[in-house]
Design a protein around this ligand. Structure first.
Ligand code: PLP
Length: 382
């Protein structure tokens, strides 16, 4: 967390009531929440009334996917089809599949190319009968391989057909400028812990006037769209982090992109057969993302060996760590399963330094050697 966000949160933990209470402490909490709402809105190009606070990206994605589906179907039962790219985070894919299993949705996975980018022509084909489509989900940028998606093309196609678009911008926020209004999307998910804010808070930006059926029912907070007592300290810190992340982006993004390029050079220099996945062109990828597959290695082995040397990275989506399956993102990019097993994602942030890149450069060669030897020594799977 950014120190400023920690300070804001600590102050609010000690001093606030329930933002829905009418007494003095409650009104003070309400004021803090509304100030934070304005900060989050201004940071991402939305109006304050378009910000719905949630417990993070997962809840925001669930609210968008289920809320749009239910609202659209209630208005027209023919709208059964839910279109989502094959590389969405599980916070989008799983609610989409759940709608397929429990709510009579027809799920359409939109294919991506070898860089992990949506094939826009496949979207156009899937829109052959637009009156049957409930919503389209396309993430702003992929969390594993960092590929930036053609959100503007999706919005253009959706608009022509009157279909709402949800975008998961959890990974893009803090790394790319985000303008909700200019993007033309209808819903956009962000999460505080990706931008220097606390865990357990985020927001769904919801275009004014959009019909969205709530997932959580109760006290009617957040305009009735998301019931539950607001976490004033976390929301306060989220607002501070959003403001700082946005203000410092023009300086931070090029700096971490340059470090990332050094990291890619260092890794491919030490391990010449490592394969950079995602878009090799900096304009098409998140500045803080470098993703490789290492032939003949298990990603998990590499992760633990690097961790022992003080380098912390991920085999793919951190939210999936521990699940011993190749990433659905890499498989959708037509990476063979065996190669996908050797995946590692290195993420850089505002505190990353040249010393961090040097530490990885020193460690990666011996670590890959060792993981390869271990792989050779492992008994064949029966
Ligand atoms: N969407 C993307 C693209 C993510 O990377 C993540 C988390 O890593 C999420 C959604 C889930 O967000 P949260 O951890 O706030 O629930």
């Amino acid at each position: 967390m950014l120190p400023e966000a920690v300070a804001a949160m600590a102050g609010a933990l000690a001093g606030h009531g329930n933002a829905s209470s009418l007494h003095t402490s409650g009104r003070r909490a309400r004021q803090a929440v509304e100030e934070s709402r304005e900060r989050v809105a201004a940071s991402f190009g939305a109006g304050p009334s378009e910000v719905v606070f949630t417990t993070g990206g997962t809840e925001a994605d669930n609210l968008a996917v289920k809320g749009l589906y239910w609202a659209r179907r209630a208005a027209d039962p023919r709208r059964r089809r839910v279109l989502a790219t094959a590389v969405e985070h599980h916070a989008v894919l799983d609610p989409v599949d759940w709608l397929g299993e429990h709510e009579d949705a027809e799920v359409v996975r939109l294919p991506v190319d070898r860089l992990g980018r949506l094939r826009v022509e496949a979207l156009h084909e899937a829109l052959a009968e637009p009156e049957t489509v409930a919503l389209i989900a396309v993430m702003w940028a992929n969390n594993e391989v960092g590929t930036i998606q053609p959100v503007a093309d999706v919005v253009a196609a959706a608009r022509r057909n009157g279909i709402p678009v949800h975008t998961d911008a959890v990974q893009a926020a803090g790394q790319l400028p985000i303008d909700f209004a200019a993007s033309g999307v209808d819903c956009l998910a962000v999460s505080a812990h990706k931008i220097g804010g606390p865990l357990g808070v985020g927001a769904l930006l919801v275009r004014r006037g959009l019909d969205l059926t709530p997932v959580l029912h109760g006290g009617g907070q957040e305009g009735g769209i998301r019931s539950g007592t607001l976490d004033t300290p976390a929301i306060t810190a989220f607002g501070v982090a959003a403001e700082i992340a946005t203000r410092t982006l023009p300086e931070v993004a090029p700096r971490i992109a340059a470090l990332r390029d050094d990291l890619v050079d260092a890794v491919t220099d030490r391990v010449p057969d490592a394969v950079l996945r995602g878009d090799p062109d900096a304009a098409g990828r998140l500045p803080g993302n470098a993703h490789f597959t290492f032939p003949g290695c298990e990603g998990d082995s590499l992760l633990y060996l690097l961790d022992a040397r003080g380098v912390e990275c991920s085999t793919g989506s951190a939210c999936q760590a521990g699940v011993p399956q190749p990433s659905h993102v890499l498989l959708a990019m037509a990476v063979p399963e065996q190669e996908a097993r050797g995946a590692l994602r290195f993420s850089l942030g505002r505190t990353s330094s040249a010393a961090d890149v040097s530490a990885l450069a020193e460690a990666i060669g011996p670590v890959v050697e060792r993981a390869r030897r271990a792989g050779l020594a492992a008994p064949a799977a029966s």
